[in-house]
Design a protein around this ligand. Structure first.
Ligand code: MN
Ligand code: MN
Length: 322
């Protein structure tokens, strides 16, 4: 079907989707980053969680449930495998009992990927993993970000001095010049707080924080219209925490908050990133031990595909424009 040498998913008409090895999207497992344009990968880490652990098991279950995803997007018509070379490059190495060692290992993995020219689309893992990814890919200039989450993840520290947790990555990323807070939008923020000042950093740094009450007031179309204006024409990272969804749709996560957006709304919002200069993304906080039906892993895999389609277009546009 394709007139290029790009990798293809295993054909569902020659091997049914429940068969064969469960790589991301049934793509080849490729260990050479330089052979890929978009590297689907996992970070099996949950040592940054401050409540229920379990996201270390996310990449395997998301790989498994990604077998359900067919090759072409039904609404946009995008087939990412015709636009660029997409492969499963495996997981970053982590040290499950040492956060500092893990941060270095994960950054090294993504730095090698970045140096080879591949862009990452990552399955977590808890949200801390986005910090070493940004350290690897945002060295030259700070990124814009569209961030779906119930939580702002801009805390300073936990337990009196722990600065590397899944509640702190975006504060660190701003401090380190990796993330431009004025080109950052957070969508879906909610839940009880320890203190009403918890959100001060996000607001004072200039992030646009769209709490869930305002989200439902505006609706997803207006939210995304504004998000696109805020991130503008520069490079954009998409970070999708499944706890941004209502836990009715994604119960398998460590820090659920009721009253979130739906899977359908999330799909519409991710499709609305089409045309932005996307440089990577992640889907984090899928925690299979709390995912009795397996549906949260399916949600995670589907959201990865929703990000993959506009990301593949962005990669193809950058190649065309040199
Ligand atoms: Mn988060
Ligand atoms: Mn969250």
């Amino acid at each position: 079907m394709a007139d290029n040498n790009f990798y293809e998913p295993v054909d569902g008409m020659s091997m049914p989707r429940f068969g064969a090895m469960p790589t991301f999207m049934r793509l080849p497992y490729v260990t050479n980053f330089s052979a890929t344009d978009i590297a689907l990968c996992g970070v099996p880490w949950d040592g940054g969680t401050t409540n229920r652990a379990g996201a270390r098991h996310g990449p395997r279950e998301i790989r498994n449930m990604s077998s359900f995803i067919r090759r072409t997007h039904h609404a946009s018509g995008i087939c990412p495998y015709e636009l660029c070379n997409v492969a499963d490059v495996g997981d970053a190495s982590v040290n499950p009992i040492d956060v500092n060692d893990t941060i270095v290992r994960v950054e090294d993995f993504f730095a090698e990927m970045h140096a080879s020219g591949a862009v990452p689309l990552t399955a977590g893992g808890d949200h801390l993993i986005t910090l070493p990814i940004m350290r690897a890919i945002a060295r030259d200039e700070p990124l814009g970000m569209i961030h779906f989450d119930a939580h702002s993840d801009t805390w300073d520290n936990y337990f009196g001095g722990a600065r590397l947790t899944h509640g702190t990555p975006f504060r660190r990323a701003v401090e380190e010049g990796l993330l431009d807070p004025k080109r950052t939008v957070q969508i879906g923020i909610r839940g009880s707080v320890y203190d009403l000042n918890d959100m001060n950093f996000a607001h004072e740094s200039g992030m646009r924080v769209i709490a869930i009450e305002e989200y439902f007031e505006l609706g997803w179309k207006r939210v995304m219209r504004e998000a696109r204006e805020i991130v503008g024409g520069g490079s954009v990272y998409v970070s999708f925490d499944v706890d941004g969804l209502d836990p009715v749709y994604a119960p398998g996560t460590g820090t659920p908050e009721i009253g979130g957006f739906s899977t359908y709304e999330a799909q519409q919002m991710l499709r609305a990133t089409r045309g932005l200069d996307l440089v990577g993304g992640d889907v984090v906080e899928v925690a299979p031990p709390f995912d009795q039906s397996g549906n949260t892993a399916l949600v995670g895999a589907t959201m990865m595909f929703e990000i993959l389609c506009p990301l593949a277009e962005a990669v193809a546009v950058r190649r065309r424009d040199g």
